[in-house]
Every structure is written in structure tokens, then in C-alpha cells.
Ligand binder design. Structure first.
Ligand code: GH3
Ligand code: MG
Ligand code: MG
Ligand code: MG
Length: 421
């Protein structure tokens, strides 16, 4: 950062003071930009970045205090020194300036020597501040990456995916990749060559990913994971095939492999288009199941799994809070739908496919006496679980069997799993 590149913005309505500043600062070689009002200065800052700001207090339009406040709120985390220019030397005015976001002040008439000294002192702080910021950013980038392969690490990967899923819980795919017979590779060629192999495979995977936001991570020792937003199974398969081709093209000899002469990978894909999955965990465990299948079927291949749409679980209650713990344990297996009106249930039954209905005690008497809805539930062979006020099963009514009192007193979670069978 040379002196030539530094820009100082001077917001000052008096052209006399502007000229004084220009003369006093000429020898320092900074780029000077003048604005004659707070509004004009703010407009300039919307489009440009500067290294230091001098700010007059008395100006037509918004005054210096207000301008400083707005600059601070707009620049937010970015720090630029602001030095107030004022002819009011009172303690009160000084304090007001600092409180509104200024860092220092100069009393008019301005002495050239003091002006230059203040600039030199602040520029030292600016440089130090920027260096620390860069180092901090470098550290952040570094801490998101795996040291050996340069892929993102698992923590960063999970955070990014979870962040994405919290806004878009469907229409995504995950790919898990595991190098085949890598223990044998290490045993044959040694751990250092093993590391080299990992680096090359990682590079091939990263080069195979699309560059618009696919996150590639080293998931574990010789395992890699990709999260693909807005991607269906067929598109994910295309990415996986490209990865396999690129790994094969490396042609890394692996004489101990039982499937090929060169290093190969097994790939599991899970794609979810319909269910609402708001965290990465169930997605990766499904991709892991696919990977397991690829290994079991002989390795060096891709297995893709599609999510089955979740069946719905309807809860008729005026206190959804009572079912909080239930929600936690079954939310990955069911689409939960809460209703607080018996009339809605009749309508829903025509539109949504569901096999289990939970009814809390506030609704149980009304449901038991509503023959129209009962008939409908019977036609659809819905199991009705009557819950007591504590959220424990009171009774289950299956229309094809008799009332099943043996569920009574059981926790809802296990009863629902048994019914969903
Ligand atoms: P499979 O085909 O079933 O995946 O067999 P595998 O041998 O690849 O699987 P296993 O899980 O038995 O072994 C994984 C090996 O990966 C064991 C471990 O020494 C090696 N590994 C894990 N991390 C590293 C690493 O950072 N560098 C090297 N060189 N090897 C690693
Ligand atoms: Mg003025
Ligand atoms: Mg493994
Ligand atoms: Mg392996």
C-alpha cells in the first residue's frame, strides 16, 4: 500500500478550508477528493472506498455528527478513520463527535503541521488494521481447508450444506466417494506415496465438480463428499461418472487392488427431490448406504439412490407444543402436518395420502362421534392414535382390526414406528 494509492475524502462546505487542506496536504502525495455536503460525501462513499475522512461539523443539510453516524452504520465492519473539523472547541462538542463515530478532531483554523501529523498517525493504524484483517482472512480460508488435499474440510462442508438446506430443504444430491483397497495401496507403496495418491484423486474430484458452488470436501481418510444443490439423481450421476473417468485417467498403478490394475473409487449418490430434509446428516447417511452397496457389489462403481417421498403423519391438536419430542424423532420419516380443526381433517383426507392420524385428548370425543369422518378414515384404512394429555398413547384404533388397547401407555414414537412398520 503506497502513499499514492491512499485516498482521503474531505467533506467540507467552505471552499476556503478546502483550499487550505489541499495546500497543506500537497506534499504527502495522497489522492484528495472533496465533497461540499454530507449528502454528497455519502453518495461518493456509496460508490468508492477511501482510506481516511475529514468531516466538517457545520454544513448545510445534514451536519457532520449525523453524517458520521450514517457513515459508520453503512461501512459497518469496515473501519475508516474519521477526523472531525470544527471551530467549536468545547468539551461537549468533542464528546458528541466521538459518540457519533469520529475518531479525532481538528480545531479550525487548521495548522498544516498538526494536519499532516494526524494523517501520518492514522495511516499507520490503517495499515496495521488492514494487515491484521488480511491475516485473519487467510486464516479463515486455511481453516476451512484440509491440509493435505486442499479440499474443504468436513466442518466447513457441513456448515455450508446445513446453511443451504435450512432455506432449500429439497432438490439436492450428495455424493460420497471412497478409494478402493486403499489400505493395500499404503501397504504396497508406503504412506507417503499414499498421500500423493490422495492429493491426485482429490484434484481429479475437484476438477470434475461444477464450479458454480459445488462443495467438495475430504470427508475422512480416503473418503470425499460433494453436496450438489439444485441437482437431481441423473445430473448427480453425470458428475459421478465424470469423477470416475478423471480418476481412471490418472492411471495410478495399484498392483494390490482386487478390482483393477489402477486406483479406482466406489461412489454412492443420494438424491432427494421431494422430502424436506433440513440437515445434512440423513442425506449423508443415505449416500453412505449407497456407497456401502457399491462396495458390496464389487467396488469400482456408482450406486445411486432416490429418496422416496415421505408419507404424511397428521396430528389433530390445539397444542402442537405437546408433540415437540415426537417431532424431533420422526421428522425424517414423515411429513408432519398439524391441524387444529376437525373440519380440515375431512378435506385433507381427500388430498393427502396418510396412514396415521394422531388425535389429542381435546379432540378425541368429537372425533369418536363424527361418523362421517370416521367412515372416511375407515375407507382410507388410517390408524387413529388417541393421545393422552401427556403425549402418550391412550388407545389405537385400526379399522381393519379391533381397538388395540395393547398400545395404551406406550410412548407415541415407538407406537408410530410399529404402526408404520
Ligand atoms: P475399501 O475398498 O473397502 O474401501 O478398502 P480400504 O482399504 O480402502 O478401506 P479401509 O477403510 O480398510 O482403509 C482405509 C485406509 O486409508 C486406511 C488408512 O491407512 C488409509 N488412510 C486414511 N487416511 C490417510 C492419509 O491421510 N494418508 C494415507 N496415506 N493413507 C490414509
Ligand atoms: Mg462548514
Ligand atoms: Mg473408507
Ligand atoms: Mg477405501
Amino acid at each position: 500500500m503506497s502513499a499514492r494509492q491512499m485516498t482521503i475524502l474531505i467533506i467540507e462546505d467552505s471552499s476556503t478550508v478546502q483550499r487550505t487542506m489541499e495546500k497543506g496536504l500537497a506534499s504527502l502525495g495522497y489522492t484528495l477528493v472533496f465533497s461540499s455536503s454530507g449528502e454528497e460525501g455519502l453518495q461518493y462513499l456509496d460508490q468508492h472506498s477511501v482510506d481516511m475522512i475529514f468531516l466538517d461539523v457545520e454544513m448545510p443539510g445534514i451536519n457532520g455528527f449525523e453524517t458520521a453516524r450514517i457513515i459508520r452504520s453503512r461501512l459497518d465492519s469496515q473501519w475508516v478513520p474519521i477526523v472531525m473539523l470544527t471551530s467549536n472547541a468545547s468539551d461537549e462538542s468533542y464528546e458528541k463527535g466521538i459518540d457519533s463515530g469520529c475518531d479525532d478532531y481538528l480545531i479550525k483554523p487548521i495548522s498544516y503541521g498538526v494536519l499532516r501529523a494526524k494523517i501520518k498517525a492514522f495511516m499507520r493504524i490503517v495499515k496495521m488494521h488492514r494487515r491484521l484483517l488480511h491475516e485473519y482472512q487467510d486464516l479463515q480460508t486455511l481453516s476451512a481447508r484440509d491440509g493435505l488435499t486442499g479440499c474443504f474440510n468436513r466442518e466447513y462442508f457441513s456448515d455450508r450444506a446445513d446453511e443451504y438446506l435450512s432455506g432449500t430443504p429439497e432438490n439436492h444430491s450428495a455424493i460420497l466417494i471412497d478409494i478402493d483397497y486403499f489400505k493395500k495401496y499404503n501397504d504396497t507403496y508406503g504412506h507417503l506415496i499414499g498421500d500423493e495418491c490422495l492429493k491426485q484423486v482429490a484434484k481429479a474430484i475437484m476438477q470434475s465438480a461444477r464450479h458454480d458452488g459445488d462443495v467438495v470436501c475430504r470427508y475422512g481418510g480416503e473418503e470425499f463428499a460433494l453436496f450438489l444443490s439444485n441437482t437431481d439423481l441423473e445430473s448427480a450421476r453425470v458428475v459421478a461418472q465424470r469423477i470416475c473417468r478423471n480418476v481412471a485417467a490418472l492411471a495410478i498403478p495399484h498392483k494390490a487392488s482386487e478390482v483393477a490394475d489402477c486406483v479406482t473409487i466406489s461412489v454412492g449418490i443420494f438424491s432427494n427431490q421431494q422430502s424436506r430434509l433440513t440437515s445434512l446428516k440423513p442425506i449423508l447417511s443415505a449416500a453412505d448406504a449407497a456407497l456401502y452397496e457399491a462396495k458390496a457389489k464389487g467396488r469400482n462403481q456408482i450406486i445411486g439412490l432416490d429418496a422416496q417421498p415421505l408419507s404424511a403423519l397428521v396430528v389433530l391438536t390445539q397444542s402442537p407444543g405437546n408433540f415437540k419430542s415426537l417431532l424431533k424423532t420422526v421428522k425424517h420419516n414423515f411429513d408432519l402436518l398439524f391441524l387444529d380443526d376437525l373440519a380440515d381433517l375431512g378435506e385433507i383426507a381427500d388430498e393427502i395420502h396418510f396412514k396415521i392420524l394422531i388425535v389429542d385428548s381435546a379432540f378425541s370425543a368429537r372425533l369418536r362421534t363424527n361418523q362421517v369422518i370416521l367412515n372416511k378414515l375407515e375407507t382410507l384404512s388410517v390408524s387413529v392414535v388417541f393421545s393422552d394429555p401427556a403425549g402418550v398413547v391412550a388407545e389405537v384404533h385400526d379399522f381393519d382390526e379391533t381397538a388395540r388397547a395393547d398400545f395404551g401407555g406406550q410412548p407415541l414414537e415407538s407406537s408410530i414406528r410399529a404402526l408404520a412398520g
